[in-house]
Design a protein around this ligand. Sequence first.
Ligand SMILES: O=P(O)(O)OC[C@H]1O[C@H](O[C@H]2O[C@H](CO)[C@@H](O)[C@H](O)[C@H]2O)[C@H](O)[C@@H](O)[C@@H]1O
Ligand SMILES: O=c1ccn([C@@H]2O[C@H](COP(=O)(O)OP(=O)(O)O)[C@@H](O)[C@H]2O)c(=O)[nH]1
Length: 473
Amino acid sequence: MTRSTESRLIVISNRVSAPKGSNSGSQGGLAVALAAALRENGGIWFGWSGEVTEQFTGQINFQREQGVTTAVVDLEEQDVEEYYEGYANRTLWPLFHYRIDLAEYEREFAGGYQRTNERFADTVRPLIEPDDLIWIQDYHMFPLGAELRRRGCQNQIGFFLHIPWPPRRLLGTLPGAQALVESMFEYDLIGFHTEEWLESFCDYATHEMGAKIENGVATLGDRCVRLIADPIGIDAKEFAEASAGVQARLAFRRMRDSADGRDMIVGVDRLDYSKGLEERFSGYERFLIEHPEERKEVFLLQIAPPSRVSVETYRRIRNSLEGLSGRINGEYADVDWVPIRYVNQGYPRDVLAGIYRAAKIGLVTPLRDGMNLVAKEYVAAQNPEDPGVLILSKFAGAAEQMQEALLINPYSAEEIADAIQQALRMSKDERIRRWTVLMDGVQREDVTWWATRFLDALKQARPVVTAPEKAGM
Ligand SMILES: O=P(O)(O)OC[C@H]1O[C@H](O[C@H]2O[C@H](CO)[C@@H](O)[C@H](O)[C@H]2O)[C@H](O)[C@@H](O)[C@@H]1O
Ligand SMILES: O=c1ccn([C@@H]2O[C@H](COP(=O)(O)OP(=O)(O)O)[C@@H](O)[C@H]2O)c(=O)[nH]1
């Protein structure tokens, strides 16, 4: 990525890095991807520190590391409860993953979300210079662009949504949905991972709000916003280096030794109901039932670091998975074999790289997922001469780019079971053919490609207004 000499980049996201004290392995793909993009680009990365303070002060803690300045603020407990755990993760997250049965619509959450976004706007506004490009990330911060405009910010502001955009009939259940979408017209550019999420946004904007869409631009009244589908990738180069490193090799050997000649199937997901873990276990159980001859020949390693632990739905999914894995193990295990190794712990990505490489199958079966970077990491970690097979949910954003994976419906235990059998029986030639196409895509459409496409589109979204103090220089 060529570094811009004209304008700085201000990235704003809820999570700037893994909160202190949390397992470093549990941070999600967004933090990982943004760290890589900012390393390339330089600039300021602003967001929540992950820390709680008694009273919001707006005091910014700056740190400079590897050419990137991070600027973080602490939030009050009430902000965290209403904004992060409440509106972001009990209202928007389930709704945007098509789970209106789990979505909670509470005025306190909506109020706390708005208040916290106003606090972010007040705090970051003084850091913004007239020529800066501003890039806001994800569903925690839908109204932030409008709040910055209210504070006189005329910069180019882009917004990227990392999760799916729900179908219009589902979004219609959210109180205040129209106001939320209207506020998004204050952005100059909005990015989605897939054409499908982009189309869903257009469907809502046109049918519920009377917006007009033409040549990739949505118009509502006197506001225009450019829309793009821009799928995020991994830092393929860094990942390849990690895969060749000591930790990856140690992990690979450890897994191979403990597999004792059996084929390993691996799943790696934050412990989240959107990841389809119950359905995955049931699909695997169906495979064990339909193929008793395979029982001692395979095992499933599921790595599932706990996530958003203060939210009740996340505690429920954890309990339910403990019960399900326990039942399956109790039913099918023998003295020398356990069908599921279920691990509630996060691992650094270089260790994951070795684990992915040791697995014959990568089992990635979310019920709905904005992208899913694990699918791409699994491919990047494979041995080119003897690669494993990726089984991927057709409801993950990654499926649009990864057509050579075995694409399945994660709600169907039969399809999961059949795909496992197909992958185990697949010839080496076919594995290499599929992997070569997948790997080509992972390398070409990497995190730098993603960030460059977005930032280039943002620069061109509307003519730049030259800052008065720089005019005539
Ligand atoms: O910050 P957390 O609450 O711990 O959650 C972790 C991240 O989860 C979500 O990740 C999404 O972004 C990924 C990268 O684009 C994408 O591959 C994945 O499908 C999404 O689920 C969330 O959107 C992030 O904001 C969180 O940081
Ligand atoms: O134990 C773990 C589990 C996951 N991850 C990383 O967390 C990210 C998960 O991103 P993904 O897009 O798959 O899902 P998200 O958690 O963002 O919804 C990937 O980069 C994983 O390598 C990790 O470092 N250690």
